[in-house]
Design a protein around this ligand. Structure first.
Ligand code: FES
Length: 278
């Protein structure tokens, strides 16, 4: 036995012996269970959300219910001079848009970037769409592995920046949800849409607070928690939410789509908002 073999750790030795005895299997996998099912379901769900959102973005219509004061989160904040009256509480930062250019041209990339680079969606996307890896013990179709070091996957490293930008949008969404309790001509009032928007914003807060980048923002880069009691408290809270991040990710995606669809239906006149007060 050489000096290097003597110095190798048990794990290294195990790795060496695994490499030398590994069978040369031509089959992509020896798994006999239905391992394709889970990635296919995830791909179908993600695909539905992508198609729905793209259609909504290019509709450029039915995003604000005037009487009820409902603005869909997909178009918020609406900052173009093309936005319908009452939908631009934060002003017109952009001029009128030519026909066909989505009003959410600035907002959507932030939302999409935040979700796409989210650790949970990364896992889901890598398994179901990128197929790297597709499942345990299944050889992936890619011949080369470069991780997240090259375009387009290098963008995944920007998650913390998307987190801060999306946090600004979250404050705007919170404002929109409060506004939904102030219908036109009344100091206070609410309908089913107000409740849907409120639930949506709670889910978005849970999703953002449980984010890994949020956890790092509140508790990272310090050596001693005892000198930072407030940050320790925030980190403890975020750490409690963090294990449920995957659930919040899917639930908040569903509530965003539901909110958008409801606002569209009310705004387009397909249905009347169910009013409880005013
Ligand atoms: S890790 Fe999912 S939003 Fe940050």
């Amino acid at each position: 036995m050489g000096v290097q073999d003597q110095m190798a750790s048990p794990d290294q030795k195990r790795g060496q012996s695994t490499r030398t005895v590994r069978a040369n299997i031509a089959a992509r996998t020896l798994r006999t269970d239905n391992w394709r099912k889970e990635p296919l379901i995830t791909a179908a769900i993600l695909g539905f959300f992508v198609v729905y959102t793209v259609i909504r973005l290019f509709m450029n219509a039915d995003y604000f219910a005037v009487k009820e004061n409902y603005l869909t989160p997909v178009y918020s904040p609406c900052i173009s001079a093309s936005c319908v009256e009452g939908a631009s509480d934060f002003g017109h930062w952009l001029p009128k848009f030519p026909v066909g250019l989505p009003l959410a041209i600035l907002v959507f990339p932030i939302l999409a970037g935040f979700r796409t680079t989210c650790y949970y969606y990364r896992k889901a996307g890598y398994r179901s769409l990128w197929m790297s890896p597709q499942a345990c013990a299944v050889r992936e179709p890619h011949a080369k592995y470069t991780g997240e070091t090259r375009f387009p996957l290098v963008v995944m490293n920007w998650h913390r920046f998307f987190f801060f930008l999306a946090s600004i949008l979250l404050l705007v969404n919170t404002y929109d949800a409060i506004k939904a309790f102030h219908p036109e001509g009344h100091a206070f009032g609410f309908g089913l849409g107000s409740l849907i928007m409120a639930v949506n914003v709670v889910m978005l807060w849970l999703y953002s607070l449980s984010c890994h980048a949020c956890r790092h923002a509140v508790g990272g880069r310090i050596n001693n928690f005892s000198k930072h009691p407030l940050r320790y408290k925030m980190w403890t809270l975020v750490s409690r939410l963090n294990p449920k991040h995957g659930n919040f990710a899917m639930a908040s995606l569903a509530t965003v789509i539901l909110t958008d669809f409801y606002v569209m239906a009310v705004s387009a006149g397909w249905i009347s908002d169910l009013r409880f007060l005013n």
